[in-house]
Ligand binder design. Structure first.
Ligand SMILES: Nc1nc2c(c(=O)[nH]1)N[C@H]1C(S)=C(S)[C@@H](COP(=O)(O)O)O[C@H]1N2
Ligand SMILES: [Mo]
Length: 612
């Protein structure tokens, strides 16, 4: 068998070391102990690149497709209502509504009410007439962006297909799920829980593509918000806001009147060019001034950095409340889109399309053709988005980071200090996640209760060290009760005991050139190669950045990262390396692993500054 050149580095075996020469041969054999200068090996060679930057069937460790169940809402303690029932129920309600509206419209009282409130609230005299061209552009860009935001949002939801009202994410206590009940296996992971969406629905689509879905979601969000900001400025500088903001209480009875007119199938006269009917007015007002800002606020409510900084807000408006409301806002937008499009096309399509797409009041086909051309763009983009993402995921990651990165970096400097909870906030259930260690090296350590465990801290430091668990426990103890935010969407509060990173840094004395700190795990990632993550050194000084060896007053369990894991509370869960074997201080991470700053960044296209 050919010898690999590296084999020479192996310690000499008994037989090959016999013919020793000189005085040494007279000495008794030196037992292999830790005597002598410690060697600080690099763990970098145990990391891997992703072979191809494409999404193929080998993606994420060949994670197989797994379909969930139809969306369900919990009613009472443990009954789950299948939301597909809403389709027939909605149909029956609509039919009843039509019958009732037709029945009451002829009643004298109702007729008098409708004569007094014909359905339109009068506008202020200085309100503009008609639609300017910018409104058409704004409207198109808005709808274009929203499609990708909604699709990638569904993909993100599919990565943890459950919603809760409390930060504890306790199995069975959610209010919504698109997945079977959580299995009883205590080591079941959130990754195993992720589901595949029907083809063409999610963006990018394949199971557990949350990293890329987030670049789409947050990247396009940035464009959508920019578009929205310009829209607000133009609305208020041109007086167009007067047509979108209800200024009289009579919009309420007028909108009830419009509902009766629609339902009785005797529809109101369209005056959209000059003045919306009251129901339209309320719907547009809600969409532009309530739902859109709520989408932003609830989105930010899921940020680990912001929730930690503004813990007093987060204590009421927890990440799970934010996530649930964010989902409900999405439901509102979807409902709005369906009803809006239906009514636009059924209440004088040509005139309506001329208003919004051709900025004119006419019955010509101009608006229709512009609309049709814009829909071709929408359909092509919709269809191309998934294959392009699979082919060029690294580009999606880069463009996404270029768009949302500035905001993420802004929040990265937020100190996590206020993010502490109390004993009574500790979650009864804390999800597991990631890939468990399988190496012999780890198994042997674990079998020996980690008596032989040594944490190596090295790299750009004045004083590299090896620390066993006794040495770690002898260092000043640090405790914190904090909330964990997994990128997939679940959260949980736990008490962590261990050593603060500051204590470690006081010991090893990082060189001024050290800007990043790399944490290496005993465990591989989903796609071969060691799990690792690089963190900015600035965050290592935070009071709530620590190496934990205890969780909830017990030695850290195997599943949660025994014997040692990282806590950095401004970051998402995937940054908190479990089963740590080494820490390396480096100048930058471009030479480490795939060069993206962490295992999931290299292999699953996550980002390294995911404060939001
Ligand atoms: N070594 C290693 N550490 C890891 C992971 C992993 O796959 N491997 N997963 C991360 C993710 S995605 C999360 S959410 C947390 C989960 O920690 P927990 O299992 O204690 O909840 O660990 C992080 N640390
Ligand atoms: Mo995670």
């Amino acid at each position: 068998m050919a010898r690999h050149p590296d084999d020479n580095l192996d310690p000499p075996s008994e037989t090959s070391s016999v013919p020793a020469q000189g005085a040494h041969s007279q000495l008794p054999p030196v037992p292999a102990t830790d005597e002598g200068p410690p060697t600080y090996k690099s763990f970098r060679s145990e990391l891997t690149h992703k072979d191809d930057d494409v999404i193929d069937p080998e993606w994420a460790g060949s994670i197989p497709a797994q379909y969930g169940v139809a969306p369900r809402v919990r009613i009472g303690a443990s009954k789950w209502f299948n939301l597909l029932w809403l389709i027939p129920i909605g149909f029956v309600v609509l039919v009843i509504g039509i019958a009732v509206a037709k029945g009451i419209r002829g009643l004298p009282g109702v007729a008098a009410f409708m004569a007094e409130y014909p359905g339109t609230s009068s506008l202020r005299a200085d309100a503009p007439v008609g639609f300017p061209a910018w409104l058409g552009w704004q409207h198109f860009l808005n709808l274009f962006f929203m499609l990708f935001i909604i699709r990638s949002g569904w993909q993100i939801l599919a990565d943890h297909p459950r919603l809760y009202w409390t930060r504890h994410s306790t199995p069975g206590r959610g209010w919504f799920r698109m997945q079977k009940p959580v299995p009883t296996n205590p080591l079941y992971t959130a990754k195993e829980d992720s589901i595949t969406l029907p083809a063409g629905v999610g963006l990018p689509g394949r199971r557990h593509t949350i990293g890329l879905a987030r670049w789409w979601h947050l990247g396009i969000d940035t464009l959508w918000l920019l578009n929205g900001l310009i829209f607000y400025v133009l609305l208020f500088s041109t007086g167009q806001w007067l047509r979108l903001v209800p200024l009289h209480w009579d919009v309420i009875p007028n909108s009830i009147s419009v509902v009766i007119q629609y339902l009785s199938l005797n529809w109101p006269v369209e005056t959209g060019w000059t003045n919306y009917n009251s129901l339209q007015l309320i719907a547009y007002f809600l969409t532009v001034f309530i739902a859109a800002p709520l989408a932003l606020i609830t989105g930010l409510g899921m940020s680990p950095a912001l929730s930690t900084k503004f813990r007093w807000i987060s204590s009421i408006f927890s990440i799970q409340v934010a996530r649930s409301l964010h989902f409900l806002v999405m439901c509102y937008f979807c409902l709005f889109i369906v009803i809006h499009v239906t009514l636009v096309l059924t209440t004088g399509a040509l005139a309506n399309l001329n208003h919004m797409y051709a900025a004119q009041e006419s019955e010509s086909w101009t608006g229709f053709w512009i609309f049709a051309a814009s829909m071709v763009i929408v359909v092509v983009a919709w269809v191309a988005a998934t294959p392009l993402t699979y082919r060029y995921p690294r580009k999606v990651q880069r463009v996404g980071y270029a768009l949302i990165g500035p905001a993420q970096r802004l929040f990265e400097h937020i100190d996590s200090k206020p993010g502490q909870y109390t004993e009574k906030d500790i979650s009864p259930y804390f999800w597991h996640n990631g890939k468990y260690p399988e190496s012999q090296e780890y198994k042997d350590l674990r079998d020996g209760d980690f008596a032989n465990y040594k944490l190596q801290v090295s790299g750009l430091v004045a004083n590299p060290v090896h620390l066993d668990l006794m040495a770690l426990r002898a260092l000043p103890q640090h405790e914190q009760i904090t909330q964990h935010f997994c990128i997939q969407g679940w959260s949980g509060v736990a008490k962590w005991g261990g050593v603060s990173l500051q204590t470690i840094m006081d010991l090893v004395k990082p060189a001024p050139a050290a800007k990043w700190v790399v944490f290496y795990s005993f465990a591989e990632g989903s796609d071969k190669g060691l799990y690792y993550d690089a963190q900015p050194i600035e965050q290592m000084h935070y009071e709530l950045t620590m190496l934990a060896y205890d969780m909830n007053d017990q030695a850290l369990s195997y599943g949660h990262g025994a014997p040692l894991r990282l806590r950095n509370e401004v970051q998402l869960g995937f940054k908190m390396v479990k089963w740590i074997k080494g820490i390396e201080f480096v100048e930058d991470f471009s030479e480490v692993g795939g060069g993206q700053g962490g295992y999931n960044n290299d292999h699953e296209f996550f980002g390294y500054s995911q404060s939001i």
